[in-house]
Design a protein around this ligand. Structure first.
Ligand SMILES: [Fe+2]
Ligand SMILES: [Fe+2]
Length: 246
């Protein structure tokens, strides 16, 4: 197995921020333009429809819109350039599109879908590759925070645990993912730029799911969040019902 480079050393890597203004042959594509693009909307809709067929939680406009907003805000609060924030939002909107192809390797297939969409829209190759790298690395099983945009996307995606993602509350008796999601009444990713601390604050109804169950299901996600926070020069904490767990 090949050794992956350490996260902390990659922190100041050259590809970490958005490049300077693209050349004249390309355009600055905004998050609003992507969100209004009919093909991008179809990607999101079809990906969510495919996941519904195989019993996954909601991954549609609500999820990707929220992830886009949180990813933007994480970088904004930490003082990153506006364009990096915008690229994080674009990556957030498109990050789960690959589920329309297959759940397995959806991060990587989604990155290739974003390549086609964004190059057709006129985005520069350098910016497209930042977005692709973020999308292709957002999944906790095989992703790494390769840039600040990727790190923000990982943090935003892993923080969306919520009751509203459960499609069929009847299933919470049987499916632990649904039960854990359904138990979360409130989730908030708090960025304290002065303390350099990012905290995922969860309010869980323990009558539905015990905190231990949350840990069993989301341990790998929390580890991915911690790695991403470190890449952003921050610590990561998790609080459940006001108690700090990590
Ligand atoms: Fe995903
Ligand atoms: Fe996601």
């Amino acid at each position: 197995m090949t050794q992956r480079p350490s996260v902390s050393r990659a922190h100041n890597g050259g590809a970490a921020e958005a490049p300077a203004a693209p050349d004249t042959a390309t355009r600055l594509i905004t998050f609003a333009q992507v969100r209004e693009n009919p093909r991008a909307r179809a990607f999101v809709r079809m990906a969510d429809a495919a996941l519904e067929q195989i019993g996954y939680t909601e991954h549609g406009e609500r999820h990707v819109g929220l992830v886009a907003r949180i990813a933007f805000n994480v970088l904004k609060r930490l003082g990153h350039p506006e364009r990096s924030c915008e690229l994080a939002a674009i990556a957030g909107y498109l990050h789960d599109a690959g589920n329309a192809v297959n759940r397995d390797h959806h991060a990587q297939s989604g990155a290739v879908m974003a390549l086609q969409l964004l190059s057709d829209m006129g985005m520069s190759d350098e910016e497209i590759l930042i977005v692709m790298g973020a999308i292709g690395n957002h999944h906790e099983n095989d992703g790494e925070p390769v840039s600040v945009v990727a790190a923000a996307l990982i943090m935003a995606d892993k923080s969306d645990v919520h009751r509203t993602r459960v499609r069929n509350p009847e299933m919470i008796k049987f499916d632990v993912h649904d039960r854990v999601n359904y138990a979360v009444e409130k989730s908030f990713l708090n960025v304290d730029e002065d303390q350099k601390l990012i905290t995922l604050e969860l309010t869980i109804d323990t009558a539905i799911s015990q905190v231990m169950e949350y840990f069993e299901i989301f341990m790998t996600r929390m580890m991915a969040s911690r790695k991403a926070a470190i890449f952003l020069g921050c610590h990561f904490h998790l609080t459940v019902n006001g108690n700090r767990l990590t």
